[in-house]
Design a protein around this ligand. Structure first.
Ligand SMILES: Cc1ncc(COP(=O)(O)O)c(C=O)c1O
Length: 420
């Protein structure tokens, strides 16, 4: 077998058998993305859904979406279909403009770029544009600000683990062009007060972007199931744009998200057009040039396969699992879900226990999840299959919490230190 430590670009290629052996060896330490104990971002809605997504992806894996107008009209049909369905799901008004990007970060970056250029056209007095973001907003907003020459004013605190409206109001100044809310943000999973942010945006003539990358395919169905979901979409009048990821709870293959902008007057500041090129006119809606057609094809396929009923059923399973976890934790004592998360991801915090010691013990038993640092938390993100592992998870939490209480598992912050 090839020497894996040798990273030289070898003169001779491998045959398929050699290559398979080499890659199997390299891959040995990987964990399957959708193993049942993966409570991190593992958007698995079932074997049938994964098969639908993968088949559509594979069927279009060689097709470049940049040539959809000429060579791949199917990709254009998928893209239009996906955008129309997403717009309907988010109550976007007639005339809203949607486009497919490669992921949440690109959707967010393009929202910021569109807001910046809209402000250049409509607020000529603003020389150094600023955007106000809650503490919990995704770092992609800071990345976009850095790339696009804006100042990101990030709040220092959350109020009840949601956006700090008062501080955001105080931060508004003559250079502010944009504010942000998340439905919900990754930390805590608690939806920001979008209706109040909308009021603020309307009062000051600001662009309000709602980041629903995680919640966009969850909250509409949670609401249909009768759960309390505050206004978060285009029904809220001050919302200018929204980002929703197809490759998260849309259950598509990776590389697909949608950015929706409320109207053409705003969306006309989005695209890129370059005409002084010997190869001809170059025009793209978003950042990517070449884009794998497989991603949007798989999103289209899954949305058509599941229908609204399929997504609603998936959300029902996840909410039930969330409620069982919350109830189970109160039975264990000392641990609880932070706040009342509207969606399907949330933080678990501890009153007097060292939650990182509990997390270390659970990791040792094979559970995968992220950690929050302020407050220290275990962050779980559910998929529709997790209902099947809730009992095992709670049993392990109970046992590990008892060991932590007994001083038999301690965490020193860096890694687990086991006394047992
Ligand atoms: C709330 C939220 N917004 C945006 C993103 C960025 O998405 P992506 O990783 O697809 O760029 C994430 C990623 O987890 C997220 O949780």
């Amino acid at each position: 077998m090839a020497d894996l430590s040798n990273r030289k670009f070898a003169e001779a290629g491998l045959n398929q058998t050699e290559l398979d052996a080499e890659m199997a060896a390299v891959k040995r330490a990987d964990r399957p993305w959708n193993e049942p104990k993966n409570l991190r971002a593992s958007y698995d809605a079932g074997d049938d859904v994964v098969a639908v997504a993968n088949a559509a992806y594979a069927a279009h894996i060689g097709d470049n979406a940049i040539y959809s107008a000429s060579s791949y009209p199917s990709l254009r049909r998928y893209e239009e279909g996906v955008v129309a369905m997403v717009c309907e799901m988010l109550n976007a008004p007639e005339g809203a403009v949607g486009s497919v990007t490669t992921g949440g970060t690109e959707s967010i970056t393009m929202a910021v770029k569109t807001a910046r250029d809209w402000a250049r056209a409509t607020k000529p007095s603003v020389r150094e544009p600023e955007m106000i973001v809650p503490r919990t907003a995704h770092p992609a907003f800071n990345k976009a600000a850095e790339l696009l020459g804006l100042k990101a004013v990030r709040m220092e605190k959350s109020v009840d683990h949601r956006a700090d409206l008062e501080a955001m109001t105080r931060a508004i100044g003559p250079n502010t062009i944009m504010i942000v809310g998340s439905a919900p943000p990754f930390p805590y999973g608690l939806v920001d007060p979008i209706e109040r942010l909308s009021g603020l945006a309307q009062q000051h003539g600001l662009w309000l972007h709602v980041d629903a990358c995680v919640g966009g395919f969850v909250l509409p169905f949670a609401r249909e199931l009768g759960h309390a979901v505050p206004g978060f979409d285009f029904d809220v009048p001050g919302v200018s744009s929204m980002s929703v990821d197809l490759h998260k709870y849309g259950f598509s293959g990776r590389g697909a998200s949608v950015l929706v902008i409320r109207d053409e007057a705003r969306a006309k500041h989005q695209g890129f057009n370059f005409e002084a090129w010997p190869a001809g006119i170059y025009r793209t809606a978003n950042i990517a040039g070449s884009r794998n057609g497989g991603a949007v094809a798989s999103a289209f396929a899954v949305m058509r396969y599941l229908g609204r009923a399929g997504y609603r059923q998936g959300v029902a399973c996840m909410i039930e699992a969330k409620q069982r976890i919350a109830a189970g934790l109160s039975g264990i004592g000392g641990l609880h879900v932070l706040g009342q998360p509207e969606g399907t991801h949330f933080s678990i915090v501890a009153d007097e226990l060292d939650i990182f010691a509990v997390a270390d013990g659970l990791h040792e038993r094979g559970w995968l999840f992220s950690r929050g640092v302020d407050p220290k938390a275990m962050q779980l993100l559910l998929n529709p299959r997790h209902g099947a592992v809730v009992d095992q998870f709670l049993a392990d939490v109970g046992e590990v919490a008892a060991l932590v209480r007994a001083g038999k598992i301690q965490s020193r912050g860096v890694g687990p230190v086991y006394i047992v």
